[in-house]
Design a protein around this ligand. Structure first.
Ligand SMILES: [Zn+2]
Length: 109
């Protein structure tokens, strides 16, 4: 168990080194590389064990545990660069799409 804890702590250290906390929103703003500017872009990326991984998924797994492959991680704060585990919620792709559509309607109204 100690080894697992050390690994988690070292991953969080690595993440936090590239995070700036927004005191107003509580968002952990990722300052490292992202998945780009295109569709599905703007999500935090980092290198872990030689692989490129989504930072918000790594943080969520570290704090809350395993994410089934069909589930997505939604940002409750609607800030893609945020990796605060308290702002992340696991949900199905369908629910995520519905939420996104609802938010888009709300934003344009
Ligand atoms: Zn946030």
């Amino acid at each position: 168990m100690i080894q697992i804890h050390d690994r988690r702590a070292s991953i969080m250290d690595k993440v936090m080194a590239r995070v700036e906390i927004d005191e107003e929103t509580g968002c952990w703003e990722w300052t490292g590389p992202t998945s780009g500017d295109g569709r599905g872009g703007g999500y935090p990326r980092m290198s872990l064990d030689g692989q490129t991984v989504a930072v918000h998924r790594v943080v969520y797994t570290n704090v809350h545990g395993y994410i089934p492959s069909k589930k997505q991680i939604d940002h409750g704060c609607n800030n893609r660069r945020c990796v605060n585990p308290a702002h992340l919620e696991m949900m199905s792709h369908l629910k995520n799409q519905r939420l996104r559509a609802a938010r888009a309607r709300g934003a344009s109204a």
